[in-house]
Design a protein around this ligand. Structure first.
Ligand SMILES: [Zn+2]
Length: 87
């Protein structure tokens, strides 16, 4: 997996929650199954995952009642929300 070679440059700022907080970047979560969109709570993520952790390729469980889907993080790049998926 030579993922470092194909990752877009804007993804670099999202390598750690610490960096995202420092830059004040917006994050949200979307469910693959039910399509619900939730705001990501950076303080809670830092508490639960650690400052060195990354939202890239992280797929938490959907928080919607009754949904067993997995979510993925999205970052706002210009006016577009892009998935934080390295591959
Ligand atoms: Zn869901």
């Amino acid at each position: 997996m030579a993922r470092a070679n194909i990752s877009p440059i804007w993804l670099e700022a999202y390598r750690t929650f610490d960096e995202i907080e420092r830059r004040g970047l917006a994050l949200r979560l979307t469910c693959r199954k039910c399509d619900i969109i939730l705001s990501a709570d950076l303080a809670v993520l830092i508490w639960s995952q650690g400052r060195a952790a990354s939202p890239i390729d992280l797929h938490p469980r959907c928080k919607r009642w009754g949904c067993d889907g997995r979510m993925f993080f999205q970052a706002q790049v210009g006016t577009v929300w892009r998935p934080l998926i390295s591959g």
